[in-house]
Design a protein around this ligand. Sequence first.
Ligand SMILES: [Zn+2]
Length: 429
Amino acid sequence: MKINEQRLLGNLHELRKFTTTPGEGVTRFSYTPMDAKARAYIIKRAEAAGCSVAIDALQNIRIGLGANVPGRPIVLAGSHIDTVQNGGWLDGIYGVCGALEVMETLTEEIGRGTFVPSCNYEVILFAEEEGSNFGSTMTGSKFLAGKYGEAELDSLKDGAGNTLRQRLAALADIPDAPECALPLYNRGDVDVSEVPLDFGTIKTMLELHIEQGPVLDREGLSMGIVDNIFGMRVVEFTLSGLGNHAGASPMSERADALCAAAEAITECESIVRSDEDHRTVVTFGHIEMLPNQSNVIPETVHLTMEVRDRDKAKIDGYTQICIDTFRSVCEERGLECSIHEHSSSVPIVLSRRLVGEMTRRAEDHQINFKVMDSGAVHDACMLAEHVDTGMIFAPSINGRSHVPEEDTDEADLVSAAQFLMDTVLEELK
Ligand SMILES: [Zn+2]
C-alpha cells in the first residue's frame, strides 16, 4: 500500500507556514493562536477523511479512522505539533504528517475494499512536547501516561507566571476555525482525570521522527530503527568561593568560583570523552555567576550537569565521577561545593518485538538503515513502559535540529513515512 508522497510533502509545507517567526524558522507554541491554526489544518483533513476527533483536557488530539470498530485493539501513531523558539520545520510535525498520511491512505484503501483491518488505527497529537511554555518537556504525554496529574496543573508556570491550568482555561479566548465543524480545543472545566490512556485498549504506539543528530547523515543511511532511548541524571552544583577586588587580590590567594568550575568542567569533559564506547554524553548547559561583574572575583557559581547514556550503570558511574571531580577541585582550591540531585530519567528499551519485525522488513525492502539509540527523549517513551512502542528515524541533514536550518532530503522523508505505513499495516492485520 503506497502513501501519497505529494500529499505528505504538501501537508508538511503547509504546516511550515504556521509560525510566528516567518523567515526565521518555525515557532509554534502549544495553546497559542498559531497552534490553533495548525490544529485547524489537521482537524479539517481528519473531518474530510471521515475520521473521529477526540480532544482531552491537556489538548492532546486523537483522530480515529472512520472504519474503526469500538472495542478492537488500537494501533497509535503520532508525534507533537509544537516547536521550540525559532525551531525547524520537521521536528514533531513530520511524525504527525506521517501518521496522518497513513490515515488518509488507509481511508482510501478501506473505501475501495482493498484492505480490511482487524485493529483500530488512531493518529495521536501530543500537546506541549518541547516544554516551550512551561520548561517541562513532554507535558501532554506525561499526563497521558499518568506521570503528571492535578498537581502539575498548578505547579507548571510559563514565563509570565501563568499556570498550566490558567493557560488551559484561557483557550476560551482563541476562536474556533470557521472551516472546521469540530472545535479546536476542549474548553470545558480543566479536569484531567480522564486524560490518562487506558493502556489495555492499545496494542502498539509508533512514532516517526527526524533523528535530530548526525549519525544517519554521516553514515549515508536513509532510516533508523530506534531500540534504546537514553536516560539521564541532572545534578546542580553550587560552588562558593570568595568575592574580592579583581586588582588587589594576588592570584595565589583567591578562591575564584568560576575558575574552579572551569577546571572541573573541562576535567569532566575529558573523562567522559575518553569513554571507550564514545556514547555517554555530559553537558553543562546552565550557569549563573555572582556577582558577575568585571572587577570582582566570582564568588558563587551555580551550574547544571546532565549525564546521558542508554546504560543506567554508565549514567550513575559518570555522574559519580563528575561529582567527585567537582568535590576535589573545590577542596584543592579552598571552595565549598554543594550538590543537589535535580532530576533523572531511566533509559528506555523499546519493544524488542517491533525492533525485530521492523529490522526484517527494512532488510526485505533493501532500505539503507541501522538500528540505533536515541539520545533525545520523545513522547513515545512515555508510553513505552505500558505498550509495545517503536520509533522510526529519518536522517537530519548535518545533524541539525531545533534551528531554522533543520532539514531532511525529500526522498528520505517519503521512504521513512512509507516504512511507518508498512509497519502500521502489519500491526493492523
Ligand atoms: Zn520532537
